[in-house]
Design a protein around this ligand. Sequence first.
Ligand SMILES: [Cu+2]
Length: 91
Amino acid sequence: MEVIAVDGIAWNASTYNAEAGEITIFSRNASSLPHNLHIQNTNGDAAVKEFIDLPSRGADGSITVTLEPGDYRIVCLIPGHQNMNALLRVA
Ligand SMILES: [Cu+2]
């Protein structure tokens, strides 16, 4: 699964889909601002401790996490980046 940070303080999609179990998320910063990628439960708690730091344009990274079926959020925790809040549907 690939999640790209794009200009406009946004991810490149509003919904991502994955299969339950081990999920590898690759992310890249294709924007001019720093970002990070965290996976939260829908209540805003961290779903996993792993995250991806995307400090500058071109930065990338990946994490492999194990998720149960359900809905999660892919967020950036930098203040002012609340718009970077996508749905991750794990089936
Ligand atoms: Cu951000």
